[in-house]
Design a binder for this molecule. Structure first.
Ligand code: ACO
Length: 371
């Protein structure tokens, strides 16, 4: 019965949100190469949810909706201040806070399309606010609200740092958000869809998806890439580090992919962004190390980098703390999760596969006194 471990190659649903064909990624039929070059992240969210690009007035209204919904319940901010700040991963905080948000949303269990759309806006707007607020609280600072005239990308960096970012940083961060927005039936999206296919609510679906994204084989890889680069620390130590890792059959974070065997189409954009940011900041060490690692791993193992590899040096050059790399992935990917959740609700059937039983059979029950 069991054909593939990890459901490799299994087509589990139909979807019109995004597609991967011949190593090309498209959102709603648009190539990510074009979207990464031209689009604002807000346009991408709109595209994913409405299945069309917005006109200027629609985009302005949509931006406004996101901005006015970015405020957090006071109770949640009070709770954030009570969370431990040492050794707690912001992904765990985000997972808890998204679940908590449902408690302050009177529409949490409303099932109409309109209520689901309003929840979508609230989740997309509040997730960056939660991450920025917690990061500031960890540094002993007060959370700050967004500025309505700023773009989504600029607002996140503003809420995090308390300063309006320069145009280079805004542009780079916007592009990173565009590139991470959706990716067909990746593990976290599948998790979210499985959850809401029981007709559970959107907050539950997004909370479940955050839990799946957190793992190092998925979104958690970007932070680990930076940890690895920092551990290696010098270009001269790359070869011995990789030699040891190959001998020990260790997984190198940021390399390999379940679907792309010839290369992740997002990686080239992030590599170029990493190069440009290294030039702007003058901190080219991480980019140079990354390039050398890519060369060796490609030639020794035939493994190309995935989306997480160069995003690490990109976020580092943007001055973002390393433990926020995976939460930032969620800031973007929540747009795709929501598009998939809405699609799942539209044409729902419970997702319930089978397992091939390989345990013992026909055992005889022995009363406890006789065991
Ligand atoms: N480092 C070293 N070897 C690797 C790597 C890697 N990063 N990725 C795959 N391989 C090797 C495996 O050891 C295996 O070799 P074997 O057949 O000799 O045992 C072979 O390639 C196939 O690997 P699997 O783990 O079976 O491939 P799978 O499709 O299950 O896994 C995954 C894909 C999880 C992404 C894997 O490549 C990996 O662990 N990469 C590192 C973690 C990572 O970067 N995750 C982010 C992925 S992108 C994203 O989710 C946003």
């Amino acid at each position: 019965m069991l054909k593939t471990k990890g459901l490799e190659g299994v087509v589990a649903t139909t979807s019109s949100v995004s597609s991967i064909v011949d190593d090309m990624l498209t959102y709603r039929g648009f190539s990510i190469d074009d979207l990464a070059q031209f689009a604002d992240f807000e346009e991408i969210i709109y595209l994913l949810w409405h299945n069309k690009l917005p006109k200027l007035e629609q985009l302005t209204e949509f931006r406004n909706e996101l901005n006015v919904n970015a405020s957090l319940p006071e109770e949640l901010i009070a709770q954030l201040k009570l969370f431990p700040t040492k050794n707690i991963h912001p992904m765990a905080v985000l997972r808890t806070c998204v679940s908590t948000l449902a408690l302050y949303d009177e529409e949490a269990d409303e099932t109409s399309d309109q209520a689901n759309y309003r929840k979508a806006i609230r989740l997309q707007a509040k997730i960056p606010a939660i991450i920025a607020a917690y990061a500031r609280i960890c540094e002993g600072k007060e959370p700050i609200p967004p500025i309505s005239s700023l773009s989504f990308a600029a607002n996140f960096l503003y809420m995090l740092n308390g300063a309006i970012p320069n145009s280079k940083s805004e542009e780079a961060f916007n592009k990173a958000l565009v590139l991470h927005a959706d990716h067909e039936l990746n593990a976290s999206t599948f998790t979210g869809r499985v959850c809401v296919a029981t007709l559970s609510d959107m907050y539950s679906g997004i909370t479940a998806a955050i839990g799946a994204l957190k793992g190092p084989l998925h979104g958690g890889a970007n932070e680990r890439v930076m940890k690895m680069l920092a551990e290696i620390d010098e270009i001269d130590y790359i070869e011995p580090y990789l030699k040891r890792a190959f001998i020990n059959k260790e997984k190198i974070m940021g390399f390999g992919h379940r679907v792309y065997k010839n290369g992740d189409p997002r990686a080239k954009h992030l590599r170029e962004m990493s190069r440009q940011l290294a030039e702007v900041t003058g901190e080219d060490k991480w980019y140079n190390m990354s390039i050398m690692m890519e060369e060796i791993i490609r030639s020794e193992k035939g493994l190309p980098p995935n989306v997480d590899f160069y995003s690490a040096s990109v976020y580092h050059c943007l001055g973002i703390k390393h433990n926020l790399f995976t939460p930032i992935f969620a800031v973007s990917r929540v747009s795709g999760w929501i598009a998939h959740i809405l699609e799942q609700y539209e044409n729902n059937r419970l997702i319930r596969p089978r397992a091939e039983y390989i345990g013992p059979k026909h055992l005889e029950y022995i009363p406890i006194a006789e065991r």
